[in-house]
Design a protein around this ligand. Structure first.
Ligand code: SF4
Ligand code: SF4
Length: 204
């Protein structure tokens, strides 16, 4: 998988197939940013401080738990809320991990949204792929949050949310080694038919 600037000078993704994982997407992103660095040090709009919700993912939560040793219940209560779109986001209005110097205190384990973010203009395929990955990750975390809140198993929580509970959901992942194509099918009820068709085409 590779990122590139398309003919309209928008960020795009190419050479992607069914074997690719979320980790591959992040690796391609990192490689691209090394070749086309952003001017973060001179930037006046620190994106960590912008007025938007920082969406969270279960891989970040699992890594944060591993790093701090805090129980998941405490992490859920202290750091996460569902926003008005029912997406899991940081509970605090300003990210608690942003140091006064402007650096991220948890850079090595920062959430997917912070890793995959670029302020380059993106084309529709790139935006779709990124949004779908985020939705997959959000939904896995939402299953975990529901399981905690209702004191039911992940299996029961997934069923309640309308997911295909017979498929493998990678709850315990501490890395992003998650096959995108397989997860698109699992979460197909959360993806429109148009998005589903377009994604499958991108991943062919
Ligand atoms: S990613 Fe973009 S918006 Fe964020 S600090 Fe860097 S240059 Fe600024
Ligand atoms: S986790 Fe780090 S990169 Fe993400 S918003 Fe907070 S300070 Fe910024």
């Amino acid at each position: 998988m590779e990122l590139f600037f398309d003919e309209k000078n928008q960020l795009g993704v190419k050479n992607i197939n069914r074997t690719h994982t979320i980790k591959d997407f992040l690796t391609a992103n990192q490689k691209f940013l090394q070749q086309h660095p952003l001017s973060c040090f001179e930037c006046e709009n620190n994106c960590c401080l912008c007025d938007w919700d920082i969406e969270l993912d279960h891989v970040f939560v699992n890594r944060y738990q591993k790093k701090t040793g805090l129980p998941k219940s405490e992490i859920y209560k202290k750091y996460i809320k569902l926003n008005r779109l029912k997406k899991p986001v940081f509970a605090a209005e300003t990210c608690e991990f942003l140091h006064s110097s402007g650096f991220c205190e948890i850079y090595a384990i920062r959430p997917f949204i912070c890793r995959g973010f670029t302020c380059y203009d993106e084309n529709a395929s790139y935006t779709l792929l990124q949004n779908i990955i985020l939705r997959i990750l959000n939904n896995i975390l939402k299953i975990q949050l529901l399981s905690f809140k209702k004191e039911i198993s992940y299996f029961r929580a997934a069923e309640k949310m309308g997911f295909d509970v017979f498929r493998e959901v990678p709850y315990a992942n501490v890395n992003y080694d998650i096959n995108i194509y397989q997860q698109i099918d699992l979460f197909s009820s959360y993806i429109t038919e148009y998005e589903h068709k377009k994604l499958k085409k991108i991943l062919e």
